[in-house]
Design a protein around this ligand. Structure first.
Ligand SMILES: Nc1nc2c(c(=O)[nH]1)N[C@H]1C(S)=C(S)[C@@H](COP(=O)(O)OP(=O)(O)OC[C@H]3O[C@@H](n4cnc5c(=O)[nH]c(N)nc54)[C@H](O)[C@@H]3O)O[C@H]1N2
Ligand SMILES: Nc1nc2c(c(=O)[nH]1)N[C@H]1C(S)=C(S)[C@@H](COP(=O)(O)OP(=O)(O)OC[C@H]3O[C@@H](n4cnc5c(=O)[nH]c(N)nc54)[C@H](O)[C@@H]3O)O[C@H]1N2
Ligand code: SF4
Ligand SMILES: [Mo]
Length: 726
């Protein structure tokens, strides 16, 4: 229900938080007139996102009020397969009632369980909403109680998480506000303008005071175009570059010996190891001149405070865990964690420590199976659907995700989704690529239409996202769908009747000291609250600038590692990790090039490295279907390449080309535009439905998993490209 019952004629403003899978978690204000949302704007009071929205969410009314939304439960009446111009999506389905839909799903699930056991049912969800409740709560309770297979949700960030944790023990880092105080900023595999735009004003502020911005990225992003120094790097070679930098920093005595002695372990091992990586050797792999490596190392170590914004780009590579580990070592060597505006930021989500166990209740699996259910990796959906046995997957429930667009090895995913013996339910806001293979489609609310609690991974503020309006059509939130399914399944556990407010209270009721004093009531009143860091968690001095709203006791900058405090097994930052050693990984750090790269066997016959990128104005596959947002993306359907690769293939700008490898092929339009270095090509993720032959760039990506965290390798892909002759 809407929090404050409102007079229909009244105009009011609701506070929400953007739940999309984006570091920024913007504070949002939604104006409601006569029950209808009439305006969306950024909340100017939010200290980090400060009143502006990205281009896509600024057009959110077009999404909420799109005529293309799923409004009612629908049952398939046509064969599974892609809709398009010739088959209107709605013609593939008939409208049914919620009662019919819930009955059909539970009856089908019961018969699948009777024949194959509960683990033959697979939930599939990821980042549709990062709201604490609608992301992971009632859904998890339901599937745990059912005894369904568990999903390893590793499509995005788990390699980087393991990499950073192997050094720091936790995912914490430099808060965005501190970037305004930095003198030297490295954006490392981090497309700030496209994917994390609210950090940009802090960087601009630092640059006005003389800071230098360096961008390390194989693709000339909008961020790279704005940089003081742009270093195109060969994909998958960041570990080599980081080792080259550490070679210089250590051998030229540019490190912080006191910090290292007090707060780190394994320095001697690292010192020995970096001797194998002089800049000349690192240069050979990374494609960055040795002199530039030396210059970058010296500037980074001496122009202080220096900070690294490393994002998930470097870890979508076969050895992405090691790459993140290597980069994370840099601020531990220079001791820049001590400085306001120093350190490193990957994800800050480790600070929130919400009570996940209370939300998800994994103990319910015990009740269903007497043991934990098997785990299936989401990256390998193609193989899972086609080859997994004991038991095979017979029921698939997709929500918060669009695997028919975002999952690698697209052709196998589609082959699996097409199986006539697979019962697929998709809970969605839109008729996506994935609903093209659904037996039942259920209508989902947007964040305008449900309440949630919102953490962030790019700042340290917790927010309440209010329900601004009644759901459109018969849409229901994830929480309500799984509540209803649990009831139909006959699960009488009290947790399935818990109210949304009670779940928010329980999420906040956690041993994490940084949640101390933060309650739902306070969040409802104050909209956003910075985590309760104490002065012992940081340095001195005020972070907030005039005009900023921040409670007096909570102004000190958060410097999580100024005095060590690394929650690793040694209690120190680990240049040597016994944990990695036990896992059979290099306990220090070493560079091995990806097999699927110019240095590996994957390149035989397929010499070009493909970056299967995100679109700057979409969010993975979300927004691709909103016409006003699609207009912002002129690069869809294009393959960017370097002239030195185009010319010998007889390819000119604007030609139609075929990009292919053993997994698949796609026809795109060549752009010879200086965005990529020699040997690299790039294309953007889009809905398959809008691509030639109902395909997208994931026909070329693979199911191969990373060295740590079992994550996806979207940026370790080799292809060949030729002129397309129809
Ligand atoms: N507009 C927009 N915003 C988004 C998203 C979106 O799709 N669109 N997606 C959201 C999601 S889910 C996430 S996880 C975040 C991700 O945000 P980012 O972590 O920034 O993710 P990517 O765009 O995958 O990669 C960042 C950059 O890394 C570069 N890169 C690729 N390979 C390498 C490499 O080997 N070395 C180096 N140094 N760089 C490399 C890419 O060219 C890219 O420019 O963004 C979120 N925000
Ligand atoms: N080629 C290539 N592929 C990639 C990537 C890449 O860079 N290149 N990036 C990868 C990364 S980093 C990620 S995180 C994944 C993301 O993959 P997904 O998490 O699948 O992300 P989206 O494409 O945004 O799809 C989310 C879907 O959830 C729906 N949704 C939103 N809110 C709700 C809700 O409240 N309830 C329900 N039931 N549904 C909702 C949206 O309408 C949308 O269709 O994609 C990965 N795929
Ligand atoms: S997608 Fe990111 S930048 Fe855009 S409104 Fe949401 S949180 Fe803010
Ligand atoms: Mo992601």
């Amino acid at each position: 229900m809407v929090r404050q019952p409102y007079n229909l004629a009244m105009k009011r403003v609701a506070h929400a938080a953007c739940p999309h899978d984006c570091p920024d978690a913007c504070g949002v204000l939604i104006t409601i007139e006569d029950g209808r949302a009439t305006k969306i704007q950024g909340d100017p009071a939010h200290p980090v996102t400060r009143g502006f929205l990205c281009a896509k969410v600024a057009k959110y009314l077009d999404r909420v009020y799109s005529p293309d939304r799923v409004f009612y439960p629908m049952r398939r009446v046509a064969p599974k397969g892609p809709c398009g111009a010739d088959i209107p999506v709605r013609a593939a389905f008939e409208q049914i009632t919620w009662d019919e839909a819930l009955n059909e799903i539970t009856q089908k699930f019961k018969s699948i369980i009777a024949d194959h056991g509960p683990e033959s049912i697979l939930p599939y969800s990821y980042g549709g909403t990062l709201g604490a409740l609608n992301g992971a709560s009632m859904d998890r309770r339901f599937f745990h109680r059912l005894g369904a297979s568990q999903l390893e949700r590793s499509i995005c960030s788990s390699a980087g998480e393991e990499g950073i944790k192997s050094v720091l023990g936790v995912k914490l880092g430099t808060e965005p506000e501190q970037f305004a105080h930095s003198r030297y900023i490295i954006a490392w595999g981090s497309n700030i303008h496209g994917n994390n735009v609210h950090l940009w004003p802090f960087i601009e502020e630092a640059r006005r005071k003389g800071a230098k911005l360096v961008v390390i990225d194989p693709y000339r992003t909008r961020t790279a175009k704005c940089a003081d120094w742009y270093l195109p790097i060969n994909p998958g070679t960041d570990t080599a570059l980081a080792l080259g930098l550490m070679h210089v920093i250590i051998n030229e005595n540019l490190y912080d010996a006191d910090y290292i002695a007090r707060y780190t372990v394994g320095f001697e091992d690292l010192k020995a190891r970096v001797q194998e990586y002089p800049p000349e050797r690192a240069s050979g792999w990374a494609g960055i001149a040795a002199d530039d490596i030396r210059k970058l190392a010296r500037e980074y170590a001496t122009q202080r405070p220096s900070v690294i914004r490393v994002n998930y780009g470097i870890q979508r590579s076969e050895r992405g865990g090691m790459a993140m580990r290597a980069v994370t070592m840099l601020p531990c060597l220079t001791g820049s964690w001590k400085e306001v505006g120093g350190g490193l930021q990957l994800s800050l989500s480790g600070a929130f420590g919400l009570n996940k166990a209370a939300l998800e209740m994994p103990e319910l699996m015990q009740k269903a199976l007497g043991r934990p259910a098997r785990t299936v990796n989401m990256v390998q959906l193609g193989s899972v659907l086609n080859t997994l046995s004991n038991p095979p997957v017979k029921g698939l429930f997709v929500y918060n995700s669009n695997p028919a667009a975002v999952c690698p090895n697209h052709n196998d995913v589609i082959r699996g989704l097409k199986r006539t013996d697979l019962f697929t339910v998709v809970h969605e806001q839109f008729f996506t690529d994935t609903t093209d293979y659904a037996d039942i489609v259920l209508p989902a609310t947007t964040f305008f239409e449900h309440k949630d609690l919102q953490a962030a991974y790019g700042h340290y503020y917790l927010q309440i996202s209010d329900q601004a309006m009644e759901p459109r059509g018969e849409c229901r939130s994830n929480v309500e769908v799984f509540r209803a399914l649990a009831e139909r399944m006959g699960f009488d556990d009290a947790c399935f009747r818990e109210s949304v407010d009670s779940m928010i209270d329980r999420a906040l009721d956690s041993p994490n000291p940084w949640l101390k004093g933060i309650t739902r009531e306070r969040l409802e009143h104050e909209n956003h609250i910075r985590l309760s860091f104490s002065t012992s968690d940081g340095g001195t001095g005020a972070l907030a600038r005039p005009g900023e709203q921040s409670s007096a006791e909570n102004k000190a900058p958060f410097l999580p590692f100024a005095q060590g405090n690394f929650p690793t097994s040694s209690g120190k930052a680990e240049f040597y990790s016994e944990t990695l050693n036990r896992q059979g990984l290099d306990p220090v750090v070493a560079f091995t090039p990806p097999e699927e790269s110019r240095y590996g066997e994957g390149a035989a016959g397929f010499p070009l490295e493909l970056l299967a990128r995100k679109a700057d104005n979409h969010l993975n596959s979300s927004f691709a279907n909103v016409p006003s947002v699609r207009e912002l993306e002129p690069m869809l359907g294009q393959l960017e390449m370097h002239a030195a690769d185009a010319e010998p293939r007889g390819i000119r700008d604007g030609d139609r080309v075929r990009a292919f490898n053993p997994r698949g092929e796609i026809v795109l339009e060549a752009r010879v535009n200086g965005s990529v270095p020699t040997g690299v090509v790039a294309a953007r993720l889009d809905w398959a439905r809008f691509g030639p032959g109902s395909r997208n760039i994931n026909v070329l990506t693979s199911e191969k998993l990373t060295d740590m965290g079992n994550a996806a390798t979207f940026y370790s892909v080799c292809v060949e490209v030729e002129l397309f002759r129809a």
